[in-house]
Design a protein around this ligand. Structure first.
Ligand code: 8YV
Length: 340
Protein backbone atom coordinates (compact mmCIF):
# COMPACT_ATOMS: atom_id res chain seq x y z
CA UNK A 1 0.00 0.00 0.00
CA UNK A 2 1.08 3.57 -0.57
CA UNK A 3 0.91 6.42 1.90
CA UNK A 4 1.68 10.08 1.52
CA UNK A 5 2.88 12.21 4.44
CA UNK A 6 2.25 15.87 3.62
CA UNK A 7 4.90 17.43 5.86
CA UNK A 8 8.21 16.33 7.40
CA UNK A 9 7.24 13.98 10.23
CA UNK A 10 9.21 13.62 13.50
CA UNK A 11 11.57 10.63 13.14
CA UNK A 12 9.87 8.38 15.70
CA UNK A 13 6.65 8.41 13.66
CA UNK A 14 8.39 7.95 10.33
CA UNK A 15 10.33 4.95 11.65
CA UNK A 16 7.12 3.19 12.68
CA UNK A 17 5.77 3.60 9.16
CA UNK A 18 8.92 2.55 7.33
CA UNK A 19 9.66 -0.41 9.62
CA UNK A 20 6.11 -1.72 9.44
CA UNK A 21 6.50 -3.44 6.09
CA UNK A 22 2.87 -2.49 5.51
CA UNK A 23 3.30 0.53 3.29
CA UNK A 24 5.54 2.39 0.94
CA UNK A 25 6.02 5.89 2.36
CA UNK A 26 6.37 9.00 0.33
CA UNK A 27 6.87 12.17 2.37
CA UNK A 28 7.02 15.80 1.44
CA UNK A 29 10.48 16.43 2.85
CA UNK A 30 9.83 20.04 3.71
CA UNK A 31 8.39 22.13 6.50
CA UNK A 32 6.37 24.24 4.08
CA UNK A 33 2.69 23.70 3.51
CA UNK A 34 1.93 22.11 0.16
CA UNK A 35 0.05 24.08 -2.46
CA UNK A 36 -3.30 22.57 -3.46
CA UNK A 37 -1.89 21.60 -6.88
CA UNK A 38 1.04 19.79 -5.28
CA UNK A 39 -1.20 18.05 -2.77
CA UNK A 40 -3.45 16.80 -5.57
CA UNK A 41 -0.44 15.51 -7.47
CA UNK A 42 1.22 13.80 -4.52
CA UNK A 43 -1.89 11.96 -3.25
CA UNK A 44 -2.53 10.37 -6.64
CA UNK A 45 -3.47 6.74 -6.06
CA UNK A 46 -2.50 6.50 -2.38
CA UNK A 47 -4.18 4.28 0.23
CA UNK A 48 -3.43 6.54 3.17
CA UNK A 49 -2.70 10.19 3.86
CA UNK A 50 -1.00 11.60 6.96
CA UNK A 51 -1.85 15.29 7.01
CA UNK A 52 -1.59 18.49 9.07
CA UNK A 53 -4.34 21.08 9.68
CA UNK A 54 -3.10 23.22 6.77
CA UNK A 55 -3.99 20.54 4.22
CA UNK A 56 -7.60 20.97 3.21
CA UNK A 57 -8.88 17.46 2.53
CA UNK A 58 -11.90 18.05 0.30
CA UNK A 59 -13.53 16.03 -2.48
CA UNK A 60 -10.88 17.08 -5.01
CA UNK A 61 -8.17 15.56 -2.80
CA UNK A 62 -10.27 12.47 -2.08
CA UNK A 63 -10.87 11.99 -5.80
CA UNK A 64 -7.18 12.37 -6.63
CA UNK A 65 -6.14 9.99 -3.88
CA UNK A 66 -8.74 7.40 -4.77
CA UNK A 67 -7.91 7.40 -8.44
CA UNK A 68 -8.23 3.96 -9.97
CA UNK A 69 -5.16 2.39 -11.50
CA UNK A 70 -5.15 0.57 -14.85
CA UNK A 71 -5.38 -2.65 -12.86
CA UNK A 72 -8.81 -1.68 -11.57
CA UNK A 73 -10.31 -1.93 -15.01
CA UNK A 74 -9.28 -5.52 -15.53
CA UNK A 75 -12.11 -8.06 -15.21
CA UNK A 76 -12.11 -9.83 -11.81
CA UNK A 77 -12.19 -13.21 -13.52
CA UNK A 78 -8.62 -12.94 -14.84
CA UNK A 79 -5.69 -13.81 -12.61
CA UNK A 80 -4.57 -10.19 -12.72
CA UNK A 81 -8.10 -9.00 -12.01
CA UNK A 82 -7.73 -10.26 -8.45
CA UNK A 83 -5.22 -7.46 -7.92
CA UNK A 84 -7.75 -4.76 -8.58
CA UNK A 85 -9.03 -4.68 -5.01
CA UNK A 86 -5.55 -3.97 -3.71
CA UNK A 87 -5.60 -0.18 -3.99
CA UNK A 88 -8.68 1.15 -5.64
CA UNK A 89 -9.48 3.72 -2.98
CA UNK A 90 -8.19 5.82 -0.19
CA UNK A 91 -8.77 3.92 3.07
CA UNK A 92 -7.36 6.13 5.74
CA UNK A 93 -6.69 9.74 6.71
CA UNK A 94 -4.44 10.22 9.70
CA UNK A 95 -4.39 13.72 11.18
CA UNK A 96 -1.23 14.99 12.84
CA UNK A 97 -3.56 17.06 15.04
CA UNK A 98 -6.46 16.83 17.43
CA UNK A 99 -8.42 19.29 15.25
CA UNK A 100 -10.17 17.97 12.14
CA UNK A 101 -11.88 21.09 10.77
CA UNK A 102 -9.69 20.78 7.65
CA UNK A 103 -11.51 17.59 6.63
CA UNK A 104 -14.73 17.36 4.62
CA UNK A 105 -16.25 14.71 6.88
CA UNK A 106 -19.44 14.38 4.83
CA UNK A 107 -17.48 13.34 1.72
CA UNK A 108 -15.12 11.19 3.76
CA UNK A 109 -17.98 9.33 5.39
CA UNK A 110 -19.71 8.77 2.05
CA UNK A 111 -16.59 7.04 0.79
CA UNK A 112 -16.18 4.88 3.91
CA UNK A 113 -12.72 6.29 4.72
CA UNK A 114 -11.51 5.98 8.33
CA UNK A 115 -9.98 8.93 10.18
CA UNK A 116 -7.51 9.05 13.06
CA UNK A 117 -6.37 12.06 15.11
CA UNK A 118 -4.15 12.86 18.11
CA UNK A 119 -6.19 13.99 21.12
CA UNK A 120 -5.02 13.96 24.79
CA UNK A 121 -1.26 13.79 24.17
CA UNK A 122 -1.12 17.47 23.21
CA UNK A 123 -3.45 18.76 25.92
CA UNK A 124 -0.74 19.66 28.47
CA UNK A 125 1.56 21.35 25.97
CA UNK A 126 -1.29 23.41 24.50
CA UNK A 127 -2.59 24.40 27.94
CA UNK A 128 0.92 25.50 28.99
CA UNK A 129 1.36 27.57 25.84
CA UNK A 130 -2.02 29.22 26.37
CA UNK A 131 -1.05 30.26 29.90
CA UNK A 132 2.29 31.55 28.59
CA UNK A 133 0.47 33.57 25.92
CA UNK A 134 -2.03 34.92 28.43
CA UNK A 135 0.74 36.12 30.77
CA UNK A 136 2.85 37.45 27.89
CA UNK A 137 -0.13 39.45 26.65
CA UNK A 138 -1.53 40.69 29.96
CA UNK A 139 1.90 41.59 31.40
CA UNK A 140 3.13 42.97 28.07
CA UNK A 141 6.23 40.78 27.94
CA UNK A 142 7.13 41.12 24.21
CA UNK A 143 6.73 44.92 24.51
CA UNK A 144 8.92 44.90 27.63
CA UNK A 145 11.66 42.99 25.83
CA UNK A 146 11.63 45.64 23.07
CA UNK A 147 11.82 48.44 25.66
CA UNK A 148 14.99 46.93 27.14
CA UNK A 149 16.56 46.68 23.68
CA UNK A 150 15.74 50.36 23.07
CA UNK A 151 17.12 51.38 26.49
CA UNK A 152 13.77 52.83 27.54
CA UNK A 153 12.56 53.05 31.11
CA UNK A 154 9.53 54.83 32.57
CA UNK A 155 7.51 55.93 35.59
CA UNK A 156 5.30 54.14 38.09
CA UNK A 157 2.49 53.34 35.65
CA UNK A 158 4.83 52.63 32.76
CA UNK A 159 4.36 49.15 31.20
CA UNK A 160 1.55 48.22 33.61
CA UNK A 161 -0.75 45.40 32.66
CA UNK A 162 -3.41 43.20 34.20
CA UNK A 163 -2.93 40.44 36.79
CA UNK A 164 -4.77 37.17 37.32
CA UNK A 165 -5.13 37.38 41.11
CA UNK A 166 -8.76 38.05 42.04
CA UNK A 167 -9.82 38.09 38.38
CA UNK A 168 -12.68 36.45 36.49
CA UNK A 169 -11.61 34.17 33.66
CA UNK A 170 -14.03 32.97 30.96
CA UNK A 171 -13.19 29.89 28.91
CA UNK A 172 -15.13 29.29 25.70
CA UNK A 173 -15.17 25.50 25.27
CA UNK A 174 -14.29 23.62 28.45
CA UNK A 175 -13.09 20.51 26.62
CA UNK A 176 -9.83 18.68 27.28
CA UNK A 177 -7.61 21.71 26.63
CA UNK A 178 -9.98 24.25 28.22
CA UNK A 179 -10.16 22.15 31.37
CA UNK A 180 -6.35 21.76 31.52
CA UNK A 181 -6.04 25.55 31.25
CA UNK A 182 -8.56 26.02 34.07
CA UNK A 183 -6.61 23.62 36.29
CA UNK A 184 -3.40 25.52 35.67
CA UNK A 185 -5.09 28.85 36.39
CA UNK A 186 -6.40 27.89 39.82
CA UNK A 187 -3.09 28.44 41.68
CA UNK A 188 -2.95 31.99 40.28
CA UNK A 189 -5.81 32.97 42.62
CA UNK A 190 -8.49 33.43 39.97
CA UNK A 191 -11.73 34.40 41.75
CA UNK A 192 -14.35 33.16 39.27
CA UNK A 193 -14.02 30.67 36.46
CA UNK A 194 -16.80 30.96 33.89
CA UNK A 195 -17.27 28.74 30.88
CA UNK A 196 -19.56 28.54 27.86
CA UNK A 197 -20.19 25.82 25.35
CA UNK A 198 -22.82 23.42 24.10
CA UNK A 199 -23.24 21.54 27.39
CA UNK A 200 -22.62 21.71 31.12
CA UNK A 201 -19.49 19.72 31.98
CA UNK A 202 -19.50 17.52 35.10
CA UNK A 203 -15.71 17.99 35.43
CA UNK A 204 -16.20 21.76 35.76
CA UNK A 205 -16.90 21.37 39.49
CA UNK A 206 -13.22 20.44 39.98
CA UNK A 207 -12.23 23.93 38.88
CA UNK A 208 -15.28 25.70 40.38
CA UNK A 209 -16.46 26.40 36.86
CA UNK A 210 -19.78 28.21 36.35
CA UNK A 211 -21.65 27.48 33.12
CA UNK A 212 -22.90 30.81 31.72
CA UNK A 213 -24.33 32.11 28.44
CA UNK A 214 -21.71 33.47 26.03
CA UNK A 215 -22.91 37.07 26.59
CA UNK A 216 -22.38 36.79 30.34
CA UNK A 217 -18.96 35.29 29.79
CA UNK A 218 -18.04 38.23 27.52
CA UNK A 219 -19.34 40.90 29.88
CA UNK A 220 -18.07 39.48 33.20
CA UNK A 221 -14.62 38.18 32.30
CA UNK A 222 -11.30 39.96 32.76
CA UNK A 223 -9.70 37.30 30.57
CA UNK A 224 -11.53 35.51 27.76
CA UNK A 225 -9.86 32.34 26.49
CA UNK A 226 -11.08 30.57 23.33
CA UNK A 227 -10.42 26.82 23.19
CA UNK A 228 -13.50 25.55 21.35
CA UNK A 229 -13.22 23.68 18.05
CA UNK A 230 -13.91 25.42 14.75
CA UNK A 231 -17.37 24.40 13.53
CA UNK A 232 -20.01 26.17 11.41
CA UNK A 233 -21.48 27.45 14.74
CA UNK A 234 -18.21 28.85 16.10
CA UNK A 235 -16.87 30.30 12.83
CA UNK A 236 -16.61 34.08 13.26
CA UNK A 237 -18.23 33.83 16.70
CA UNK A 238 -15.89 36.39 18.26
CA UNK A 239 -17.01 39.40 16.28
CA UNK A 240 -17.89 43.05 16.86
CA UNK A 241 -21.05 42.16 18.81
CA UNK A 242 -19.09 39.80 21.07
CA UNK A 243 -16.14 42.16 21.64
CA UNK A 244 -18.48 45.09 22.35
CA UNK A 245 -19.77 43.21 25.41
CA UNK A 246 -16.26 42.79 26.84
CA UNK A 247 -14.77 45.15 29.45
CA UNK A 248 -12.33 47.69 28.07
CA UNK A 249 -9.77 46.32 30.53
CA UNK A 250 -10.25 42.73 29.35
CA UNK A 251 -7.70 40.52 27.59
CA UNK A 252 -8.70 38.13 24.78
CA UNK A 253 -6.76 34.91 24.11
CA UNK A 254 -7.26 32.41 21.27
CA UNK A 255 -5.46 29.07 21.01
CA UNK A 256 -8.09 27.13 19.05
CA UNK A 257 -8.51 28.15 15.41
CA UNK A 258 -8.09 31.57 13.81
CA UNK A 259 -11.42 31.45 11.99
CA UNK A 260 -13.37 31.54 15.29
CA UNK A 261 -12.41 35.23 15.35
CA UNK A 262 -13.40 38.02 13.00
CA UNK A 263 -9.95 39.59 12.72
CA UNK A 264 -11.15 42.90 11.23
CA UNK A 265 -13.44 43.36 14.23
CA UNK A 266 -10.64 42.37 16.59
CA UNK A 267 -8.31 44.94 15.01
CA UNK A 268 -10.99 47.60 15.42
CA UNK A 269 -11.58 46.94 19.15
CA UNK A 270 -7.86 46.65 19.90
CA UNK A 271 -6.86 49.79 18.04
CA UNK A 272 -9.67 51.85 19.54
CA UNK A 273 -8.99 50.61 23.09
CA UNK A 274 -12.42 48.92 23.42
CA UNK A 275 -10.60 45.91 24.85
CA UNK A 276 -7.15 45.98 26.46
CA UNK A 277 -5.17 43.35 24.55
CA UNK A 278 -5.25 40.11 22.60
CA UNK A 279 -2.95 37.10 22.40
CA UNK A 280 -3.37 34.80 19.41
CA UNK A 281 -1.62 31.50 18.80
CA UNK A 282 -3.84 30.96 15.79
CA UNK A 283 -4.82 33.27 12.96
CA UNK A 284 -6.53 33.16 9.62
CA UNK A 285 -4.58 32.60 7.43
CA UNK A 286 -1.45 31.03 8.85
CA UNK A 287 1.11 32.39 8.56
CA UNK A 288 -0.44 35.83 8.88
CA UNK A 289 0.87 38.12 6.09
CA UNK A 290 3.68 40.21 7.56
CA UNK A 291 1.85 43.42 6.59
CA UNK A 292 -1.33 42.41 8.45
CA UNK A 293 -2.77 45.30 10.53
CA UNK A 294 -2.87 43.15 13.72
CA UNK A 295 0.93 43.00 13.59
CA UNK A 296 1.17 46.78 13.87
CA UNK A 297 -0.44 46.81 17.32
CA UNK A 298 1.58 46.76 20.54
CA UNK A 299 -1.42 45.32 22.42
CA UNK A 300 -1.64 42.23 20.20
CA UNK A 301 0.73 39.30 20.68
CA UNK A 302 0.68 36.87 17.75
CA UNK A 303 2.37 33.46 17.84
CA UNK A 304 2.82 31.03 14.92
CA UNK A 305 0.46 28.24 16.09
CA UNK A 306 2.87 26.57 18.52
CA UNK A 307 0.41 25.22 21.10
CA UNK A 308 1.56 21.62 20.76
CA UNK A 309 5.17 22.46 19.90
CA UNK A 310 7.27 20.68 22.50
CA UNK A 311 9.73 18.05 21.28
CA UNK A 312 8.09 15.30 23.30
CA UNK A 313 4.53 16.23 22.31
CA UNK A 314 5.28 16.45 18.60
CA UNK A 315 7.14 13.11 18.84
CA UNK A 316 4.17 11.48 20.58
CA UNK A 317 1.79 12.96 17.99
CA UNK A 318 3.91 11.46 15.20
CA UNK A 319 3.88 8.02 16.85
CA UNK A 320 0.12 8.10 17.38
CA UNK A 321 -0.55 9.40 13.86
CA UNK A 322 1.64 6.61 12.42
CA UNK A 323 -0.07 3.91 14.50
CA UNK A 324 -3.49 5.25 13.52
CA UNK A 325 -2.47 5.19 9.86
CA UNK A 326 -1.23 1.59 9.96
CA UNK A 327 -4.37 0.40 11.76
CA UNK A 328 -6.56 2.15 9.20
CA UNK A 329 -4.66 0.57 6.31
CA UNK A 330 -4.84 -2.89 7.85
CA UNK A 331 -8.45 -2.59 8.93
CA UNK A 332 -7.64 -3.18 12.60
CA UNK A 333 -8.46 -1.33 15.84
CA UNK A 334 -7.15 2.22 15.72
CA UNK A 335 -5.58 3.74 18.87
CA UNK A 336 -7.40 7.01 18.31
CA UNK A 337 -10.13 6.80 15.70
CA UNK A 338 -12.43 9.72 15.07
CA UNK A 339 -16.07 8.72 15.21
CA UNK A 340 -18.23 10.83 12.94
C1 8YV B 1 -1.18 21.07 14.93
C2 8YV B 1 -3.24 21.63 16.10
O1 8YV B 1 -1.51 19.74 14.73
O2 8YV B 1 -3.63 19.51 17.04
C3 8YV B 1 -4.11 20.49 16.48
O3 8YV B 1 -5.32 20.56 16.18
O4 8YV B 1 -3.70 22.60 15.64
C4 8YV B 1 -1.74 21.54 16.25
O5 8YV B 1 -1.35 20.71 17.27
C5 8YV B 1 0.28 21.23 14.85
O6 8YV B 1 0.52 22.59 14.77
C6 8YV B 1 0.90 20.52 13.67
O7 8YV B 1 0.59 21.15 12.47
Amino acid sequence: MKVFVTKRLPQEGLEILTASGVCEVSMCDSDDTLTKAELLKRVDGVDGILCVPYDIIDSAVLDAAGKKTKMDFLPRTTALGGLRDKSPNLKMISCFSVGFDHLDLVEIKKRGIRVGHTPDILTDATAELTIALLLATSRRIPEGVEMVKKGEHGGSLWMCGYGLTGSTVGIIGLGRIGFAIAQRLMPFGVKRLLYSGRTVKAQAAEVNGEFVPLDTLASDSDFVIVTCPLTPETQGMCDKAFFSKMKNTAVFINSSRGAVVNQEDLYEVLSSGKIAAAGLDVTSPEPLPTNHPLLTLTNCVVLPHIGSATFSTRGAMAVLAARNLLAGLQGTHMPSELSF
